[in-house]
Design a protein around this ligand. Structure first.
Ligand code: UD1
Length: 429
């Protein structure tokens, strides 16, 4: 298996273009199941997760074609007809968001059999809210042997859906199913993450009638059919935030482009509070730190526009070398501190109790061999490695490849000493 090796100590200076958002792209790809006309997605990231989903969609009858067009990386998805409504365990297990094909399959063809995703290293992550939403829309749901059997032979019906807690995935799933339902659906306590507004824009370009995404109430007036469209995936706010933290950690000056600063205000405020220079630009942000040590600040994760749970591990890495003590509270997932013991292998001083971690900043981290435990945790180890003395080697980087496009190249272009070591032991720059 590949590993990433980082030689710490180099400052970062340069420009990093932000890719299209993984979390948005994979829901937009699922939207291709809703129409027999082609959906063209531009600003597409090329990631293990988009490849997994592409594989699954191909099995279901979607022709998936990746190319480099005039608008950059694009993917054309075309499902003239649904060939199969079956999403097997081995594909859904590899990427939980594959579960979101269930709603579009039922909406378009009246039936589906989709594996339950199973557990996850960051928490139990049930799908009960997804299923409640589909049931509210009139689907008959049965669970057998790890699979969800969903049926709506006469189509889905508009409904009032009130989520007891905010769920990004369940809100997206309900939206994907309701666009072809008969009548009006109102989703209350909807997630407000920017990926919801992106999905709304794409669905509306396909002829859907969705309003309110980005607010807690989304109204969907069902239409009989959707058509093809072209849609540009929004910039990846988590990738943007990750490189912002990397620049604050390593020091230097990094300009992030192809992005929108307003997507990560909660993080940028914390970086400023810690003492980093933050300068929003028209298409991104410039992050600076020149020599001085950062101050510790506290963070608590929250649904958007709060501090994103997907940036918590990276921020914890940043706090390992700040002055003083930082308290980091995780409120979204119950087991999302797996990176803490790995950061401690690098010399970090962290204690975890329940949903709170206390990070006491040390002057210097030391390179070591560490292991990635999940997607965002893996990149926090790379960030720590940027300042650790000597070499840090991160194993299990298939987690990293799920969500960060050309990470070594992007950091390397700013002067970081980061290289991929192929599974056979040979280094590849
Ligand atoms: C999405 C993102 C993930 C991010 C998370 C929170 C994708 C592919 N993933 O995950 O990167 O960390 O939002 O911003 O977009 N829950 C239930 N029942 C359900 C669904 C969720 O109890 O049916 C719980 C979860 O266990 C969790 C909380 O709700 O504690 C929020 O999860 P949710 O917003 O659904 O996260 P995902 O959509 O899975």
């Amino acid at each position: 298996m590949d590993r990433i090796a980082i030689t710490g100590g180099a400052r970062l200076n340069g420009t990093i273009p932000v890719s299209g958002a993984k979390n948005s792209a994979i829901k937009l790809m699922a939207a291709s199941l809703l129409t027999d006309e082609p959906l063209r997605l531009t600003n597409m990231p090329r990631l293990a997760d988009t490849r997994f989903l592409g594989k699954l969609l191909t099995r279901l009858g979607v022709q998936v074609t990746e190319s480099d067009g005039p608008d950059g990386q694009q993917t054309l998805l075309h499902a003239p007809e649904i060939m199969s409504g079956f999403a097997p365990y081995d594909l859904v297990r590899q990427m939980r968001a594959s579960f979101n094909v269930l709603g579009p399959l039922v909406a378009r063809s009246g039936q589906a059999k989709v594996s339950l995703p199973g557990g996850c290293t960051i928490g139990a992550r049930p799908v009960d809210l997804h299923l409640q939403a589909l049931e509210a829309l009139g689907a008959k749901i049965d669970l057998h042997e790890g699979y969800v059997y969903a049926q709506a032979p006469r189509g889905l019906k508009g409904a009032e859906i009130t989520f007891p807690i905010v769920s990004v995935g369940a809100t997206e799933h309900a939206m994907l199913a309701a666009v072809l339902a008969d009548g009006v659906t109102v989703i209350h306590n909807a997630a407000c993450e920017p990926e919801l507004a992106d999905l709304q824009d794409c669905l509306n370009a396909m002829g859907a009638k969705v309003e309110g995404a980005g607010t807690p109430t989304i109204t969907i007036t069902g239409v009989a059919r959707l058509k093809g469209a072209t849609h540009a995936v929004i910039p990846d706010r988590i990738e943007m935030g990750t490189y912002a933290v990397a620049a604050a950690m390593a020091g230097g000056e990094v300009r992030l482009t192809n992005a929108r600063p307003g997507l990560i205000d909660a993080l940028l405020d914390k970086l400023k509070e810690a003492g980093a220079g933050v300068e929003p630009t028209a298409d991104g942000v410039i992050i600076r730190r020149n020599g001085q040590r950062l101050d510790s600040v506290d963070v608590e994760t929250a649904p958007f526009p709060g501090f994103a749970t997907d940036l918590q591990a990276q921020f914890m890495a940043l706090m390992t070398t700040a002055k003083g003590e930082s308290r980091i509270r995780e409120t979204i997932f119950e087991n999302r501190f797996m990176h803490a013991p790995e950061l401690m292998r690098l010399g970090a001083d962290i204690s975890v109790s329940g949903g709170e971690a206390r990070v006491r900043g040390v002057e210097q981290l030391e390179g070591a061999e560490v292991m990635a435990t999940d997607l965002r945790a893996s990149v926090s180890l790379v960030i720590a490695g940027l300042v650790a003395r000597g070499e840090t080697t991160v194993s299990r980087i298939y987690h990293l490849d799920r969500g960060f496009e050309r990470l070594e190249e992007k950091l390397g272009a700013c002067g970081a000493q980061v290289r991929r070591i192929k599974g056979d032991g040979e280094a590849e720059l």
